[in-house]
Write a protein that binds this ligand. Structure first.
Ligand code: ZN
Length: 294
């Protein structure tokens, strides 16, 4: 998520540097990288030049380079630019969806059908991200049954997979349990979903552990902890990619990701944005090195 959810909430950096960061991530063994957002550059200047970014990155076979698309026009651009997968965001909260895209949730779901048609004609899958799945900055708690209802509607409308966004870092393990139970109740298998946590209140990794117990295997994370959400007041970055990989590997989960390369990419991200990032393993070093050092 670093190159998209991360950088979209940072001061704009050069396209060259965005390409460098994506190429560094490609070299780590990550199998999915959200590389760009096809929003209007006037709306989010940091995401301008998405077409150029997609054209210039070095692609490794087996790595999925996805792109966020806000509407049909963005989807057309993303397909032309060669995005492997399109990401569409719809909020579980009416108020958040209205403030984000000035449309009702139902209208957003209807609008996604055209994007799905276009993507599928081009042979690209569409992931629908249900944002504010664990709480909304305007409405507070969102009923897990509501989250499941929106997800079911998105899958009905043709989305290939749903991911659930903790847009403003309001999830806790208990709420993860509740949302995943509500999804199971409407027949959405946890093995098929993705989860997108923000670490705003320090619960990101705890939420991942809770979700692992339910069989979830897809987690969004951001290198160094870059980013946030420009539409969500007080948002902060995603779960930190290298902190997550460090934890999973020690839990015996083979991620296939080179942690040292990831830490190097986190330091690169920090240099590129010119501010200290919240990643912890990038500073403390992996636990396996603690003994060697002392
Ligand atoms: Zn996010």
């Amino acid at each position: 998520m670093g190159p998209r959810d991360g950088l979209q909430n940072e001061a704009p950096i050069e396209i060259d540097d965005r390409v460098r960061l994506i190429d560094a991530l490609t070299g780590t063994g990550l199998r999915s990288i959200e590389a760009a957002s096809f929003v209007k550059a006037e709306a989010i200047p940091a995401m301008g030049g998405a077409d150029e970014v997609m054209a210039r990155i070095e692609r490794r076979p087996g790595v999925v380079y996805s792109a966020l698309v806000p509407n049909l026009r963005g989807a057309e651009r993303a397909v032309v630019a060669g995005a492997d997968e399109l990401e569409v965001v719809v909020s579980a909260s009416e108020t958040h969806n209205q403030s984000n895209v000035r449309r009702s949730v139902d209208d957003s779901i209807t609008g996604m059908k055209d994007i799905v048609r276009l993507a599928h004609e081009a042979g690209k899958p569409v992931e629908a991200i249900v944002s504010t799945s664990f709480g909304c900055p305007y409405e507070g708690d969102i009923a897990p049954s509501r989250v499941a209802e929106v997800a079911a509607a998105l899958l009905d409308a043709g989305a290939d997979r749903c991911s659930f966004g903790d847009t403003t870092g309001m999830a806790t393990p208990r709420r993860v349990d509740e949302v995943l139970a509500a999804l199971a109740a409407v027949g959405i298998a946890t093995g098929d979903i993705g989860l997108h946590f923000h670490n705003t209140r320090g619960t990101g990794l705890a939420n991942v552990v809770a979700a692992l117990d339910h069989g979830v295997t897809r987690f969004d994370a951001s290198i160094g902890g870059l980013g946030g959400c420009p539409y969500a007041p007080g948002a902060s970055g995603n779960v930190v990619t290298e902190d997550l990989v460090h934890m999973l590997e020690d839990m015996g989960i083979d991620t296939g990701i080179d942690l040292d390369a990831l830490i190097a990419a986190a330091h690169l991200a920090e240099r590129l944005v010119g501010r200290e990032l919240p990643g912890q393993v990038m500073r403390a070093g992996p636990r396996s090195r603690v003994h060697a050092r002392s």
